[in-house]
Ligand binder design. Sequence first.
Ligand SMILES: NC(=O)C1=CN([C@@H]2O[C@H](COP(=O)(O)OP(=O)(O)OC[C@H]3O[C@@H](n4cnc5c(N)ncnc54)[C@H](OP(=O)(O)O)[C@@H]3O)[C@@H](O)[C@H]2O)C=CC1
Ligand SMILES: O=C(O)[C@@H]1CCC=N1
Length: 270
Amino acid sequence: MTTPTLLLVGCGKMGGALMRGWVSSPNPPRLFILDRKIQDAPAGSTVFRTPEEITDDVQPDIIVLAVKPAGAEPMLKALRNVLGSRMDKAALLSVMAGKSCEKLAEWCGRADMPIIRTMPNTPSSVGAGSTGLYASPHVSKAQKELAIRLMEQVGAVVPVPHEEDLRSVIAIAGSAPAYVFLLAELLEKTGQELGLEKKAARTLVRSMIYGVGKMLHELPDEAETLRKNVTSPNGTTAAALNVFMAEENWPRLVPLAAEAAIKRSRELDD
Ligand SMILES: NC(=O)C1=CN([C@@H]2O[C@H](COP(=O)(O)OP(=O)(O)OC[C@H]3O[C@@H](n4cnc5c(N)ncnc54)[C@H](OP(=O)(O)O)[C@@H]3O)[C@@H](O)[C@H]2O)C=CC1
Ligand SMILES: O=C(O)[C@@H]1CCC=N1
């Protein structure tokens, strides 16, 4: 298997998470990075601060676009100018929460530009990401396989049949690490308010969430079964879950939050 060449455009929170995941994986890609402020580029990679700095020897197999959606149009137009026909030999892999394949192809200057849209998440930085992936009709079988292989190097990949499905991926996986981090924050804070030392609350909460993640990852059981195994009849967990599971709480709030994320993804498309 040949080592693919990537041009990673934008190396902030998500691009940086992918970069860290890739360089720690068994077969790291050859990395060119375009980012105006990256400080910790991995050994062996090459950094450009502006599109104009990109050298003539750069021929990417995949251009990974990880800037904010609002910055996509000027960036792709600048890349087209600098890369010229080299752009035609590459596929574009967007990680952005907005901007359709159609728009991205237009900004690449080519209606049949092969575009792969993905929605990864920051756990990719430790090889435990989850990525939804949609390939436009212009993506070849080999390009799609390469994109899947790259994203599998940093976690699980779920191909989706429709571009629109990526909105659901955003709501339950792309944005969702923040929901779990919020739960961790609130549990740690509550532990301290209940009298535990900060360090003790932090250790207990983080190892608990790690353990829950490991069980969900390794065991075949449904989440519901694992939840019920913790919930002794009339015990402490049942008392707490009566609060969370009340109709007006999590059963209403989780779909409401997902809907808000989806609505925002539509706005980011414009
Ligand atoms: N954060 C997350 O958890 C996830 C984010 N995404 C998607 O990833 C994309 C990036 O998000 P995120 O990583 O959070 O954003 P960041 O702002 O952290 O990263 C973007 C990076 O690109 C750089 N950049 C932007 N424009 C240019 C330019 N013209 N020249 C050089 N460098 C440039 C930015 O520099 P500067 O700051 O100086 O502008 C920054 O370092 C978004 O589209 C988002 O939807 C997807 C899944 C999860
Ligand atoms: O908040 C955002 O818009 C990005 C996309 C998913 C996670 N972060």
